[in-house]
Design a protein around this ligand. Structure first.
Ligand code: SAM
Ligand code: SF4
Length: 343
């Protein structure tokens, strides 16, 4: 078996890497494809084809995959969805994952609606960094974007994160021309007196969006940056970590930072160390590619730990060197919506 560094029983597998030598150290795990919101850029309003619950990975299965991959170089896990907190027991799973040898960090991406209830338990489970989604600072607009009248609850989630002391708290805002791009400066202003990392995400063509609709709404982060500079001319660039997917800035004297995540205009694929695991047990090597690998079937057929690694390596042979969202859009678009893949 060539995935072991030696034939010694108990020897650690070699680190998992793709065909281009990129080591996979970061697993994004979607805990559910369900959600309590219906964001326009992510889910259809109605008729969401939810996965049957017995086709969803159990926490036992997730913890096993994490443990096995941690033995082969996995260091970081992000829990996402759908909305991860609609699934019961997330803090218990997080505690298991943070206690897994080799896993240095477990983080969470949430829309914040259920965070006031869960924040203390998540902190106790060892989660320290959290990403919250917030696309507008106006309640009526929130209702249009998320298709649920829950702005106050989502903002209470941000306040709960600040109260508990997660750090950093990243506030993710998907920019859409004509929908929320007039709020760029207001979002940046939030960082003046709050320790928030506001991050503008470029709108990605995933799910049911048509090419013309996506093109009309897409706004590059270069344009976002120039609008931030118009409002805050003395904006300063932060020194970014090499593995960072965002370019970060600070308004002088501000408690928080402003970041730009550019999956479309500046691909950050060279240093990509990620793999995604969907709620129904598919490995997705790249968000811009429809390829997925069925890990669920071998897991449920009783595969060994070593075979899990073999399957992950097989999936990774399909990880492209560069993302190509627009190319896929031209070929019919993505097969899954973002809530099914796990953002
Ligand atoms: N429900 C959680 C939330 O909204 O934070 C976690 C799952 S959500 C799919 C993860 C992230 O993906 C969110 O920050 C969301 O804004 C982002 N996202 C979803 N669809 C997107 C799209 N088409 N383009 C860019 N970001 C998107
Ligand atoms: Fe739900 Fe998150 Fe998708 Fe919005 S972005 S619909 S909150 S999964």
């Amino acid at each position: 078996m060539n995935f072991f560094s030696s034939s010694t029983p108990g020897a650690l597998p070699l680190p998992i890497a793709d065909n281009f030598g990129r080591r996979i150290e970061y697993l994004r795990i979607s805990l559910t494809d369900r959600c309590n919101l219906r964001c326009v850029y992510c889910m259809p309003e109605e008729g969401v084809p939810y996965e049957q619950l017995d086709n969803v990975l159990s926490f036992e299965e997730i913890a096993r995959v994490a443990r096995v991959l941690a033995g082969a170089g996995l260091k970081k896990i992000r829990l996402t969805g759908g909305e991860p907190l609609v699934r019961k027991g997330v803090a218990d799973l997080a505690a298991r994952l943070t206690a897994t040898t080799g896993i240095g960090e477990v983080t969470l991406t949430t829309n914040g609606i259920l965070l006031p209830r869960e924040a203390d338990a998540l902190w106790a489970a060892g989660i320290r960094r959290i990403n919250l989604s917030m696309d507008t600072l106006h309640a009526d607009r929130f209702t249009q974007i998320a298709r649920r009248p829950d702005f106050d609850r989502a903002w209470e989630g941000v306040e709960a994160a600040l109260r508990v002391g997660f750090s950093p708290i990243k506030l993710n805002c998907v920019l859409m021309r004509g929908i929320n791009d007039d709020e760029i400066a207001d979002f940046a202003r939030l960082t003046l007196d709050r320790p928030l990392s506001v991050r503008f995400l470029e709108y990605m063509p995933i799910g049911m969006v048509s090419p013309p609709e996506w093109r009309a709404r897409y706004l590059s982060n270069e344009e976002a940056l120039s609008r931030i500079r118009d409002a805050f001319p003395d904006l300063e660039a932060e020194e970014d970590d090499a593995a960072s997917t965002s370019r970060n800035f600070r308004i002088p004297g501000a408690q928080g930072t402003v970041g730009l995540i550019n999956p479309i205009s500046h691909r950050f694929c060279d240093g990509c160390n990620r793999l995604r695991l969907t709620a129904n047990g598919r490995l997705v090597p790249c968000l811009s590619d429809n390829y997925e690998y069925n890990l669920m079937t071998p897991l449920r057929a009783g595969c060994t730990d070593a075979e899990i690694i073999t399957h992950v390596r097989a999936a990774l042979t399909h990880k492209p060197l560069q993302s190509d969202f627009e190319g896929r859009l031209g070929r019919g678009g993505s097969l899954r919506i973002m809530a099914q893949i796990g953002g």
